[in-house]
Each structure stands twice: as structure tokens, then as C-alpha cells.
Design a protein around this ligand. Structure first.
Ligand code: NAD
Length: 250
């Protein structure tokens, strides 16, 4: 049997990259998956219940939680990488990043948690909240990741607070801190960097070289950690921020 047999999961930003790999892995492990993305077309090909969901829309998140009901697993994956230092980050960019990367998790957790607690207590298992942070956070300062790093550090703080407050209520909450992982938005970042460093190949090489392992990660590798954190095998694990980064933060 799969590791997530009988469990119900919600995954945000499941359309591509890490979110999609997590949704696919959850399905493979036997979970019933509710996948959502800002762009519902990106969910095509996933054999799950699909919804368009903008995680920056509080009313939409509340309504969505109302239709989905009790879940065992909430994977908060939506996030955006702003490129630049403090000098290139105006208030609009700051607010956008915090809204999408951090407040989105506040919204989904607030909306799903009460039913998660009820379900976990009824089933005698633990509910698992998994928040996508990054190595670029409180763990490491990465160049040109000013507001991104600030948001992902906030994700770790939020994760630990939720873990602490609900530790006796059958709820676990953990953060995943990936290094560089191949995804559509990462490919776009490589192209963009290529324009200032003399070509896509050069940019690719720079991204690869900053990983001590000499390669970037695959979304499936991050998904495997999400499966573990979602599973009963991780029943004693809460409040952690786990790097998965080919040694980037080593
Ligand atoms: P991606 O950036 O390629 O895709 C992001 C997805 O989020 C898209 O499908 C997009 O439609 C969706 N999305 C955008 N705005 C949304 C909104 N308001 N509501 C709902 N969905 C929305 O995917 P990725 O690179 O795998 O990144 C996924 C997460 O992992 C992000 O939180 C990112 O910060 C984090 N992360 C990625 C890397 C990496 O190298 N790729 C490293 C560390 C952390």
C-alpha cells in the first residue's frame, strides 16, 4: 500500500514545478488529492480534483476550504522569486512577495486547520501542514534574493509557531527548504540571468556551480520529502525546516 493511503491532501500551486511533482507523488502514494493553481489550465493531465485558486484571495481560499472540507495534508507551495537587492525592491514588490509567499499560508492554514484538527482527532492520526520555504531564508542569504529571502524566513517562523500552538492537537507543521530546483520559473530565471552574463549556457553553469553537488535538484526529489512529512512515518516530526539542496547551505 502507498504511504498516504486513505489520506486527503490539498496542494496549492500544483500546476507546475515542485507543486505538480508533490501532487503527482501524493496520488502515487494513495492520497485523494485536491490540486489547485492560479492557472487551472496548468493542472491538465493530473488525475485529481482540480480548482482554480488564487492564494492571495482570502474569500476564495475560505470558499475553497469550505467545499473541500476536512483534510489530512495541506501543502502550501505557491511562491514567487523576486530578483534584486533592497535597492531594487519597491513597496509594491515587497507587498506582493509577502502576500503571495507568506500571507497565503496564513490564509490557507486559518481556513483548513479547524477541520484538520477534527479529522486528525477522529482518525487518531496527525494532520500535516507542509510549507515551501527555501535555503534562501533565515538559513542563507543569497545574492539578489532580498525580499524573497525575507519571505522564506518568515515562512520558517510561521511554521514553527503553528507547530508549537497545535502540537497537542494532532497537527504537525514543517517547512521544506530547497536549493535550486529545476522548474518552469527556474528556467525563466536562467534565461533572464543569461542576458546579463553572456548567454543561457553561462547562466546555467553559474546556477549549477553554486550547488556543491554539481547539479540542480529535481522536483521529484523535493516531492519525496513532502511525501515523508505528510506520512505517518513522520509522526514525531514537527516544527522543522529541512534543507534539500545538494549541499547549498552546507
Ligand atoms: P514555479 O515557480 O515554476 O511555479 C509556480 C506555480 O505557482 C505556477 O503554476 C503558478 O501558476 C502558481 N501560482 C502563481 N501565483 C499563484 C497564486 N497567486 N495562487 C496560486 N498559485 C499561484 O514552481 P517552483 O519553481 O517549483 O516553485 C514552487 C515553490 O517552491 C515556490 O514557493 C518557490 O519559492 C519554492 N522554491 C523553489 C525553488 C526552485 O529552485 N525552483 C527553490 C526553493 C524554493
Amino acid at each position: 500500500a502507498g504511504q498516504l493511503e486513505g489520506k486527503v491532501a490539498v496542494v496549492t500551486a500544483a500546476g507546475q514545478g515542485i507543486g505538480r511533482a508533490i501532487a503527482e507523488a501524493f496520488v502515487r502514494e494513495g492520497a485523494t488529492v485536491h490540486a489547485s493553481d492560479l492557472d487551472i489550465d496548468k493542472l491538465e493531465g493530473l488525475d485529481v480534483s482540480k480548482a482554480a485558486l488564487d492564494v492571495t484571495d482570502t474569500d476564495a481560499v475560505k470558499a475553497y476550504a469550505g467545499t473541500v472540507g476536512g483534510v489530512d495534508i495541506l501543502a502550501n507551495v505557491a511562491g514567487f522569486v523576486h530578483h534584486g537587492t533592497v535597492l531594487e525592491c519597491d513597496e509594491k514588490a515587497w507587498d506582493f512577495s509577502f502576500d503571495l509567499n507568506v500571507k497565503s499560508m496564513h490564509r490557507t492554514i486559518q481556513a483548513f486547520l479547524p477541520e484538520m484538527i477534527t479529522r486528525a482527532e477522529a482518525n487518531g492520526t496527525s494532520g500535516s501542514i507542509i510549507n515551501m520555504s527555501s535555503g534562501a531564508s533565515s538559513i542563507k542569504g543569497a545574492p539578489n534574493r532580498y525580499v524573497y529571502g525575507a519571505t522564506k524566513a518568515a515562512v520558517i517562523g510561521l511554521t514553527k509557531s503553528v507547530a508549537q500552538d497545535f502540537i497537542r492537537r494532532n497537527i504537525r507543521c514543517n517547512a521544506i527548504c530547497p536549493g535550486t530546483v529545476e522548474s518552469p520559473s527556474w528556467h525563466a530565471r536562467v534565461e533572464e540571468l543569461g542576458q546579463s552574463v553572456g548567454g543561457t549556457d553561462k547562466a546555467l553553469q553559474m546556477f549549477v556551480e553554486r550547488q556543491p553537488m554539481g547539479r540542480v535538484g529535481r522536483p521529484e526529489e523535493v516531492a519525496a520529502l513532502a511525501v515523508y512529512l505528510a506520512s505517518d512515518g513522520a509522526a514525531f516530526t514537527t516544527g522543522t525546516a529541512i534543507p534539500i539542496d545538494g549541499g547549498w547551505t552546507l
